[in-house]
Design a protein around this ligand. Structure first.
Ligand SMILES: *Cc1c(COP(=O)(O)O)cnc(C)c1O
Length: 455
């Protein structure tokens, strides 16, 4: 039986997931544990709770429970912008002349403009429930800071954001959205923390990095009573919250009897990709179905394609727990790339384990290839995609073109994580033909990887 597939598959509110799916519960061999950076012993709940909200620390360590209930307060907030549509890219398919069927799950339909609000609201909820005054965080491109400031204002929490200095200067409008939602925004590195002062002394005039902003935000949380640090990607708790993306996608596809062959997502710290593919990876691990999973990253920050699977520091300041992950080295400072959300040196531990076991494929693209795909997509599908999301578009187009050669009618699903209204500086450079590609040499990567801790 075949049903006509609409352009947009919307779910009813009643079809939204009531629990997040914890993929680690279905992994026989668990991802390697986080380690205390001093003792190198597995991180405990007490240790993590000093930095993170307690319930979030519990979620971080939980690798046995497959479903974790989404509290009603969070589900109610989700209803303001979810379920998000699953769109059939009929116009793109037609333009490509491919027999492939392309779908994208669009997460840009909220003011923060990305999927990050899915986890921000959950983290703000647990902070509020614990009776905290506020939270601290870092933001690179600004999407996470925006999402968190929206979530904090909803629950009446203070929100202190350390924003990578180059972004702070390049993206004044992102900064103003955060301030409008009541957050305080500090350019990082700053004089407000010991680590910030140290970095400024060593590298005067630096534009900052994500790793350095993380260190400042953590220091600020642990030195202020009633504050905890929250993170917008990389951690398993974040990936867990983002499974609303994959669970909705699965329900929507099942509603129309569609079975995907390939699932694609861009990968910065891994949260949207992990959230999209988790329910499908679970099926694969349980032997119920088979899929191909593709992570897409920038050639300028290629952790999954050229990094090493090893324990590494999560931040430049080396105060966060150590994680076993695909990494380029904690001191690796990626060259400027307009996909700011994909500039992290490491990758989520669960996705790293899947990659190591051959379940997750990975590809990388140069900026110009990504912007070409972004423009092609925008012109036929209407949405102006974020540069991060456009990595997934690039890979989806390439997979669809392979189908054109072979005549295979594969079904491709990709995550369209957000919109690009605050990335017009990047689009401007592309339109003016001034966008440059940066690809690290093997020697540069080897240099940064030579500093991995010996564990
Ligand atoms: C942050 C961000 C990403 C990358 O983060 P992940 O944790 O890897 O998902 C991708 N797309 C957009 C729009 C983002 O804001």
């Amino acid at each position: 039986m075949s049903m006509e597939i609409p352009y947009k598959i919307y779910l009813e509110e009643s079809e939204m997931p009531k629990a997040w799916y914890n993929l680690r519960a279905d992994m026989k061999e668990k991802p390697a544990p986080l380690l205390d950076p001093q003792t190198h012993q597995p991180a405990t709940l007490d240790m993590l709770s000093a930095v993170f909200c307690r319930e979030l620390a519990e979620q971080e360590l939980n690798d046995t429970e497959p479903y974790i209930e989404i509290p009603a307060e969070i589900r109610n907030f989700y209803k303001m912008f979810r379920p998000s549509p699953l769109v059939r890219a009929y116009c793109l398919e037609k333009q490509l002349g491919t027999p492939a069927k392309i779908y994208y799950k669009f997460e840009g339909n909220n003011t923060s403009g990305s999927h990050k609000l899915n986890s921000a609201i959950a983290q703000a909820y647990y902070a509020k429930k614990q009776g905290l005054k506020g939270v601290t965080t870092e933001t690179g491109a600004g999407q996470w800071g925006t999402a968190l400031s929206m979530a904090c204002s909803y629950f009446g929490l203070d929100c202190k954001v350390f924003m990578v200095k180059v972004s702070y200067e390049q993206k004044p409008f992102r900064r103003e959205v955060m301030r409008t939602y009541g957050a305080s925004v500090t350019p990082s590195p700053s004089e407000t923390t010991a680590i910030g002062r140290k970095i400024l002394a060593e590298h005067p005039g630096t534009g900052g990095s994500l790793g350095c902003a993380v260190s400042e935000a953590v220091e600020c949380a642990v030195s202020n009573e009633g504050y905890r640090y929250v993170l917008g990607s990389v951690l398993n708790q974040v990936l867990l919250h983002q499974t609303v993306i994959g669970l909705e996608t699965k329900t929507a596809l099942e509603k129309y009897g569609v079975k995907p062959d390939i699932l694609i997502g861009c990968a910065g710290g891994g949260s949207n990709l992990g959230g999209l593919i988790s329910p499908f990876v679970g099926e694969k691990l349980r032997g119920e179905a088979d899929y191909k999973f593709i992570a897409v990253e920038p050639a300028s920050c290629p952790s999954l394609t050229r990094g090493k699977y090893a324990y590494d520091y999560a931040d430049t300041g080396r105060i966060c727990p150590l994680a076993k992950m695909y990494t380029l080295g904690a001191d690796y400072i990626p060259a400027p790339n307009h996909a700011g959300g994909l500039r992290y040196h490491g990758m989520n531990t669960t996705l790293s384990a899947l990659r190591d076991r051959g379940i997750l494929d990975a590809v990388s693209y140069k900026q110009t290839e990504v912007f070409e795909a972004a423009v092609q997509f925008a012109r036929v599908e209407g949405i102006l995609p974020a540069p991060e999301s456009s990595h997934a578009i690039r890979a989806a187009i390439d997979e669809a073109m392979k189908c054109k050669e072979t005549g295979e009618e594969k079904t491709i699903v990709f995550g369209l994580t957000g919109t690009g209204y605050f990335d017009l500086y990047g689009y401007q450079k592309f339109n003016d033909g001034l966008l440059e590609n940066y690809v690290p040499t093997d020697a540069e990567l080897a240099e940064s990887l030579s500093k991995l801790p010996n564990i």
